[in-house]
Every structure is written in C-alpha cells, then in structure tokens.
Design a protein around this ligand. Structure first.
Ligand code: AGP
Length: 612
C-alpha cells in the first residue's frame, strides 16, 4: 500500500521531516516516491521512480525546503512505476497538490468530464491525478480549499486516503479518509497527517485516528475534524505507547503475525476488485476471451514454494469446476522437462513478488512455445506481471515477512475466481453452484475471524510441542495440498524437520517412521473423505502417533479419534483451504517464537528468490 506524509509547522524543515516519515513507511512496500512543498508561495514537486534514495538524489538543493509539504511512497495500482506516475500530483496551474493511497473506481468517468468540460491536460496514467484536477476546478468555483475538497470527495467512489495542499491557502493541509488508513499527529508548533503512526512517531505520540468519510484540516496550531457536511467532530487523543519498530507492525510483534491477521481484509479486497455488485466476475484488464477459454485443452500452473501450493489448490478447483486438464509443476523442474505446449495451452504463473527467477524463466519458456500466459501476482508492474498476456492481481498489500501467508490465501481466491469464470464460460457449472461458491468466498473473512478467536489455544499447542524435532502433516484431496503448505510454513521459520504426505500414501513406506509420540497434523476437512481420514488416524494412532486434527466444527468422528482437534467453521469442501491453512500458519508462528527464531527473516531465506 502507498505511504502518505503531510507536515505543517512554524519552522522550515519539512523536507527532512517528510523524507524521514516516508522512510518509516517503507515497510508498506513501494516503487516510487515524491515530495511537494510550498517554496516562495509556489508548489514545487520532486518525485522519482524506485527507492527513496533515488528521490534524495534530486532534492539536495537547500532552497527546496519549507514549513509545509506532503510526501508519498507509491504502491502502483493504475499505471506502471514511473517518474510521471509517482505522487504528488498537481492540477494544471500547479496551485493544488495531492497524494493518494487507494483506488478511485470512477476515475475514468471524472477524467472524461474534466477533459470534456474543463480542457484539462493529464500528465500521468494514474487515477490519483484526477483528484488534483477535480479539487482545482472546484477551488476555482468556490475559493475555499475545505469546500473544494469536500465537494470533490463526494464525487469520488472507491478507497482512498488523500492529503491536499494548495498554494492559495499555504497555512494548511487537508486530509480525507475512506477505507484507507489516515492518522493525524499532534506536534509542538507543528502537526502531521500520515498513513500510519511511524511516520511522525519520532515527533509525537499523540494521535487522532481519522474515521471513514471524515475530513481533517491541519494547520501548525490546530487539527480539526469534520464530517461531510462540515460539522466539526470531537475526537479523543490516542496516546501511543509503541516504539517506532513496533508501530510499523501496527502493534504486532512480527510482520508475519500482522500479515496472518490481514488475511480477511486481503481476501475481501481481492474479491471486491473482481466482483461486480451483482456478483459477476469482472475481468477488467484481462484480454483473454471466451473463445480463448473454449480453445484451451490443457492448463499448466507453475510456481515455487507457497505459490506452488496455491497452484495445487487451483488445479483441484479448475478441474472440478471447468473440467480442463491441469498440470502443476514447480518452476525449477518445469523448465527442464521439455513440456508439451502449444497455442491451445494456458500457462498460469503464480508469484507474490513477481520476480522469482525460476518462475520467470518458466513463463518465458511457455511463451516461446506458443502458450497464452496468465499470471497471479501481488506486486504491480513486476517482471512476471509485465511479461504475461494477462494478470490477475492479488490485493494482499505488501507482504514483508519471508514466510508467505496473506499472499497464499489471496492467490487461492484468484484461482477460485479463474476456475469459476472458466466454468461459467464453458457451461460446466450451473448458476446455483456459481452463486453458492461466490457466497462461500464472501463468507471467508468472517469465518477467519472465528479461527483467530482460537489463537490462544493454538499458541498453547505450539508451546507444548515446540521442542519436537520432527512433525508430520497429512491430508487427502485438497487437504493434502494444504498439508504441504503447513509443513513449509513450519520448517521455514522454526527450522523443524517437517514433512507432508498424502494420508493414503503413508502405508506405502513412510508409516515405518511412526514411533511412540510422533506428532501428526491430520487435515480432515473434506466431507467425502472423512471416513478415509478416520482410518488413517487410527493407523498412525495404533503405532503410537500423537494426532492433532483439523476438521469442520461438529465432526465428532475425527475429533473423537484424535488427541486434539482444531475446528474450522463449516464451509464447502472446495474453499476449505482458505480456512484450514490459518491454524497451521498460527501454529508455525508460535512454535518459531517459542524456539526464539528470527520469524520475519529466517536464516538462509530471501523474500524474493531472484536467482536460479
Ligand atoms: C513461502 O513462505 C516462501 N517465502 C517461498 O516458498 C515463496 O513462496 C517462493 O519463493 C515463491 O515466491 P514468489 O511467490 O514471490 O514467486
């Protein structure tokens, strides 16, 4: 997500204060940065693609400073990362500057109106630039920045946190919040606006949280909050006790735990950007046609690590729903097995970072052999995204912890949507099934919150078993793929030698390893496979295993056979991975914590493996 910083104070020095604030928001992920300040009564804007140090190289001029300014780190949504697309954006006469976090869904409608009725010239490809021009037009009509901002935001639909500055009223910055974070900081002889507390925590721990549809007017002496009708709102001051490092994690001890808990909003965000109000799947930005889908006779899903595990779930979904043969492979193997590919092949690459070299090379191979390439990516404008014919973005927001959690579940959402869209196109599912699946997906965020209520219990289990040196994960059907993901989470952050295997495969050799007390996680969420899983649990119990099962609430057969049972809310078998994986993520997190491991940055691992 983008980072926003605004400052107004008695003293000059806005440049360093804003730059420092942007650096403290780097954890939010970004691809460009910029600052605008009012220097000698004029707005001066400097912005640069890439890391903040690129921006620092162009703002050294001591004349470029002020007592008021706004800054931004951009996480691209509309328009690739570039100098021009970086924020702040200004209106044509350079009297209004805006920074924006979020998406203006009706920006094209507003843009067309501005082009038609006000002869506006746009410089960037972004939705955000529309805001600067719209406020400028309204300011010319009413002559008051607060009124102009209020009127403009009433026109805007979507999610946004914005901060606005005008050379015509150089004593204030104005912020507006709708579904994207915005906080105000109370300084000494100065005040702040920002996406998050770390941006000004060095100067103030006194915070006003801005709520949805509120407008905050900030001068060096005061901070006033208004509703959409300009009625002033009283807000209590929140006193921050966190230190800066803790604040970047929004109070969580590690990014991984924060990102585990961000999964409901990530799933909701990923869904809502792809579903119309009537529940249809919109393929904005996807050029793949119905004819293309009818033509495909094979699909490859290729990725690495957790992304590969998401692809395995995708295989189940697409084959069950769309009745198209799906082959899955890890990218590092796919490239060397001379895969059978032609123009009737769809190649789906899944990658959180979009920079995994193995996946990128596999994509290039598939493309060179005539496949159509669709990718599921979290980082906008990344290499995998740029080299694909179509991109289905996950809207998980930046994932900082090396262990992938919210990227995985939002990747699953994209796989389900792709499967449902293809199945609808091919007529292999009826409307009732489609509607049921969409409802199931929409209910996941709330069901995840119910799983989070068991976090303390799972933490206790982790404390009890954190000294184990081996832990097995078993499952059948789609649960066998989630067992792979649960095993990977555990091994990569706790360094326990964890192992996942299809439950039905145990008797073909692995069961020889079972001894008294061997710990198993048995994933048993598939209604149609409950009895089979019950038999597998009995098999390993008979040889001394200790079994912690994961089952749908009310499944007494499984819970009675197990030593412990973690229940997930009832759901359709197809979407259970979205729930089943979360207790395993939480377990892995607390085991690693009790083992004193570096959870966010495990040894030997990188967040994006950009080498082969
Ligand atoms: C997962 O927790 C790991 N960090 C790793 O397996 C990761 O999923 C893999 O390297 C793929 O990364 P990508 O999604 O960025 O391509």
């Amino acid at each position: 997500m983008c980072g926003i910083v605004g400052y107004v104070g008695e003293e000059t020095g806005a440049k360093d204060i804003i730059l420092g604030g942007l650096k403290s928001l780097e954890y939010r992920g970004y691809d460009s940065a910029g600052i605008a300040m009012i220097c000698d009564k004029k707005i001066v804007t400097k912005k640069k693609v890439g890391v903040i140090s690129n921006l620092e190289k162009i703002i050294g001029d001591p004349e470029f400073d002020s007592n008021i300014g706004i800054g931004h780190t951009r996480w691209a949504t509309h328009g690739v990362p570039s100098d021009l697309n970086a924020h702040p954006h200004c209106n044509m006469d350079n009297t209004v500057a805006v920074v924006h976090n979020g998406i203006i869904e009706n920006y094209m409608e507003i843009k067309e109106e501005l082009l038609r009725d006000h002869d506006i010239t746009f410089k960037s490809e972004t939705d955000s630039e529309v805001i600067a021009h719209l406020i400028g037009v309204y300011y010319d009509e009413c002559g008051d920045l607060h009124d102009a901002v209020t009127k403009a935001t009433k026109r805007m639909r979507g999610t946004y946190a914005i901060v606005v500055m005008s050379s015509k009223e150089p004593d204030k910055i104005i912020g507006v919040r709708k579904d994207a974070p915005l906080v105000a900081g109370i300084g000494k002889g100065c005040n702040f606006l920002a996406s998050d507390i770390p941006a000004f925590l060095k100067y103030s721990g006194q915070v006003y949280f801005i709520e949805n549809n509120e407008i905050v007017v900030v001068t060096k002496d005061e901070i006033k909050i208004y509703d959409e009708d300009k009625k002033e709102i009283h807000r209590d001051v929140f006193h921050v006790t966190w230190d800066v490092d803790a604040a970047e994690k929004a109070g969580y001890e590690h990014f991984m735990l924060k990102e585990i808990h961000e999964q409901p909003i990530g799933i909701e965000e990923t869904l809502t950007r792809r579903l119309t109000d009537s529940g249809e799947i919109n393929l904005d930005g996807i050029s793949m046609t119905k004819e293309d889908i009818e033509k495909f006779d094979k699909i490859y899903i290729v990725a690495c690590g957790t992304a590969y595990h998401a692809g395995l779930v995708g295989k189940y979904a697409i084959e069950k729903m769309a009745k198209i043969t799906v082959e899955t492979d890890v990218a590092s193997e796919f490239r060397y097995r001379d895969p059978l590919i032609d123009e009737k092949t769809l190649f789906i690459a899944i990658s959180q970072s979009g920079e995994t070299q193995d996946t990128l090379q596999a994509l290039r191979l598939a493309k060179s052999k005539g496949a159509r390439v669709l990718s599921v990516v979290n980082v906008i404008g990344s290499s995998v995204a740029r080299e694909s014919d179509d991109v289905f973005y996950t809207w998980a927001g930046p994932e900082i912890a090396v262990a992938s959690t919210k990227a995985y579940t939002t990747q699953l959402v994209c796989m389900y949507l792709i499967a449902l869209y293809m199945a609808r196109t091919k007529g292999t599912i009826d409307n009732a099934y489609y509607d049921r699946m969409i409802t199931e997906l929409k209910n996941i965020p709330e069901k995840l919150e119910m799983i989070f209520s068991q976090e303390k219990d799972i933490e206790k289990i982790a404390e009890e078993f954190h000294r184990n040196n081996e832990i097995f994960f078993i499952g059948r059907g789609v649960d066998s793929t989630v067992s792979l993901e649960g095993s990977l989470k555990l091994k990569e952050i706790s360094y326990i030698n964890s192992f996942a295997i299809a439950a039905g495969e145990l008797k073909h050799g692995t069961i020889a390893l079972v001894e008294n007390g061997t710990l198993f996680f048995a994933l048993a969420t598939q209604d149609s496979l409950t009895e089979k899983m019950g038999s597998n649990i009995e098999e390993i119990k008979a040889r001394g295993a200790y079994v912690i099962s994961i089952a749908k609430e009310g499944n007494e057969l499984i819970s009675n056979l197990s030593d412990r049972c973690i229940f997930i809310p009832k759901c359709a078998d197809e979407v259970s991975p979205l729930l089943t994986v979360v207790p395993l993520q939480i377990f892995a997190y607390y085991v690693a914590k009790f083992r004193g491991c570096n959870i966010d940055k495990p040894k030997n691992l990188a967040k994006s493996v950009t080498v082969e």
